[in-house]
Design a protein. Structure first.
Length: 284
């Protein structure tokens, strides 16, 4: 942008960059969710498993701000406690998937040749199965439960991360600084660990943040279907499943409250993830 002076010269005028309001709101919301999960025992008005049949399916009130479920359990308390497993499980899933995917993608891009072909074929075979179907097959063999679901989903997400990492690493590998380190006698593993992968961190972190939201949604879906967390665990997906019977009785809150929490957190992670990828990936 320019402005005209009295002498007719054009001078640049700095334009103040707009603040990413959606990103700030999403980040603030996620921070509140994390704090709520950490301090759930202090913030929850009731114990998450406290039963009060006289208050079954109660609506919003000063005593129960978000209402109660069929057993009279306070929904606000259960959502706060449920945030713990609903956030920790996707984190574990992503850690496993990132470890496998980034390693496979980097090795394939660095060595090329038959190594790239072999690892690409492995990821293609894994990628051919729909993630949910693969997880159901794993659960059928090893049994259900949250741990099995996390491991299975981690394996299902690894090929996606591997492909993305490989495409980034192939581009980064051709840059002059890589050849400079080679000339200095630095080994391939050291170059990858200390220089190549860190230079991909911007795009990778943003991508993983988005996948975190997807992982949360996937695990919630498994819990809803009965393959993930089970009673007496407190999990948002399980809460939706337990609350669906109340919908038939005209009470929407038992399913709506945890469902809204899932949707809001997933959307927030997507907004933050895209922004992080754009900002941290600008230097590539």
């Amino acid at each position: 942008m320019t402005t005209l002076t009295a002498a007719g010269a054009l001078l640049p005028v700095k334009v103040r960059a707009r603040r990413p309001v959606p990103v700030m709101l999403a980040g603030g919301f996620l921070a509140l969710v994390v704090v709520a999960a950490l301090f759930a025992p202090l913030l929850a008005p009731y114990a998450p498993d406290a039963v009060d049949l006289s208050a079954s399916l109660a609506g919003t009130s000063p005593d129960h701000l978000l209402g109660t479920d069929t057993s009279g359990q306070d929904l606000l308390s259960r959502v706060l406690y449920g945030a713990r497993s609903s956030l920790l499980a996707p984190l574990a899933l992503l850690a496993l998937a990132a470890l496998l995917g980034i390693t496979m993608g980097t090795v394939a891009a660095w060595y090329g040749g038959w190594v790239d072909t072999l690892l690409s074929r492995v990821t293609d075979v894994m990628y051919a199965f729909p993630g949910l179907l693969f997880v159901v097959l794993v659960i059928a063999v090893f049994g259900d439960g949250l741990t099995t679901s996390v491991v299975a989903m981690g394996l299902a997400y690894a090929p996606t991360i591997a492909r993305y990492t490989r495409s980034l690493a192939l581009s980064e590998r051709s840059k002059p600084y890589i050849d400079a380190y080679r000339v200095q006698g630095m080994g391939g593993a050291r170059i990858c660990v200390r220089h190549l992968v860190p230079n991909l961190s911007g795009a990778l972190v943003g991508y993983l943040v988005v996948l975190f939201g997807e992982g949360l949604m996937s695990l919630a879906t498994l819990s809803y279907l009965g393959f993930g967390a089970g009673s007496p665990s407190i999990d948002w997906g399980l809460m939706v499943q337990e609350g669906q019977d109340a919908v038939v009785q005209g009470a929407l809150l038992p399913a709506l409250v945890p469902g809204t929490a899932i949707a809001a957190v997933v959307v927030a992670f997507n907004i933050v993830g895209v922004w992080v990828s754009d900002r941290l990936g600008q230097g590539r």
